[in-house]
Design a protein around this ligand. Structure first.
Ligand SMILES: [Fe+2]
Length: 336
């Protein structure tokens, strides 16, 4: 957004009170900007920056809330064997919202902040994984109907969790082996449920395979590399990234950069290397110019991301350029 043009801010809410240069109070925090407010700001020569308003417009926030309600309906209907026409419901109501948010991925981090809350985690996770998978697909060159199919499959990947008892799904502590075995069943259950609801085989396969890993250590079938569908590999990356960066009933969210680093080091499972590389490089590039806090507490700005070491960017650290690929002891603690 151009900082001088206030039109794009219409529909967004102010994060803080706005004052004129004279000190006079003009607008209050929380004001949903309308054209008349923009005229008032322009008359007072006030310049807004994107960080002065909420990340999402009022309409976008309403659309996200509506999507979460729709996803809850789908899960509840699946759990009770209800009569909801799931395919139509997902296609007509959920998919367009996922695709629309995914097409504006410059706000990915803001969106993830909005969806990392532990309340109603399963629904937020479903929605977030749909969006992230769609974004990764686009980054990998998936287009048109293929992208729609991938997004659809990702948006229902965990539907099998509708059949898992909530005392296991929402257990605050570590799962016992028996409980984990039960939890693992959401893959097969999702596959069967999606086929029974009229989804195609490819969509159902993502539900079945998104916990499989390249090295055969995943579940339910211990498949390896080429045995796993390309869409399932994409959803696997999106799934783990969102799960680890979210607050859960049994653990707090981990910072985005730390999760990317752990994924890159193979500590969160073995993913398809090219998909993971593209995901990490693009996320880092989206953060060029953004503020970060380094592990010594000093703030900085990412100024360059290299192809060979995307997690080790050049950072402007209070006027001094630091190359994180050389200064191994300095890392990014968090994006701000
Ligand atoms: Fe899952």
């Amino acid at each position: 957004m151009d900082d001088r043009d206030l039109e794009p801010y219409i529909g967004y809410r102010l994060r803080a009170d706005v004052f004129a240069a004279s000190g006079a109070h003009i607008l209050s925090a929380g004001t949903r900007l309308e054209r008349r407010h923009v005229r008032l700001l322009q008359a007072n020569r006030v310049i807004l920056r994107s960080q002065d308003v909420t990340a999402f417009s009022y309409e976008e926030e309403a659309s996200i809330k509506e999507a979460l309600t729709d996803i809850r309906h789908v899960f509840q209907s699946a759990a009770t064997g209800g009569k909801l026409p799931v395919v139509d419901y997902v296609k007509d109501r959920i998919l367009p919202k996922v695709l629309s948010l995914a097409s504006r991925y410059t706000r990915l981090i803001d969106l993830l902040h909005l969806l990392q809350d532990k309340d109603e985690y399963t629904y937020k996770h479903t929605f977030a994984v749909g969006i992230i998978s769609s974004i990764i697909g686009r980054w990998l060159g998936v287009r048109g109907q293929e992208l729609v199919r991938l997004t659809m499959a990702a948006s229902v990947h965990d539907i099998g969790k509708s059949g898992i008892p909530s005392e296991v799904l929402l257990k605050p502590g570590r799962l016992t082996e028996a409980e984990f075995d039960l939890m693992k069943r959401h893959t097969r259950q999702g596959y069967e449920l999606l086929l029974a609801s009229g989804f195609d085989e490819r969509t159902a396969l993502v539900a079945l395979q998104h916990h499989e890993r390249e090295d055969g250590t995943g579940y339910p079938n211990g498949l390896q590399a080429d045995q796993i569908h390309f869409f399932s590999k994409i959803v696997a990356v999106a799934d783990v990234f969102h799960a680890m960066t979210s607050n859960r009933v049994y653990k707090s969210a981990m910072p985005f950069y730390e999760v990317l680093s752990l994924m890159w080091e193979g500590k969160l499972g073995t993913f398809h290397s090219h998909i993971l590389y593209v995901f990490i490089k693009q996320i880092m590039e989206l953060n060029i110019g953004k503020s970060v806090v380094l592990n010594d507490g000093v703030p900085g700005n990412i100024i360059y991301v290299s192809s060979s070491a995307p997690l080790k960017p050049l950072v402007n650290r209070q006027g001094k350029i630091v190359d994180l690929s050389r200064e191994q002891h300095i890392t990014i603690r968090e994006w701000v």
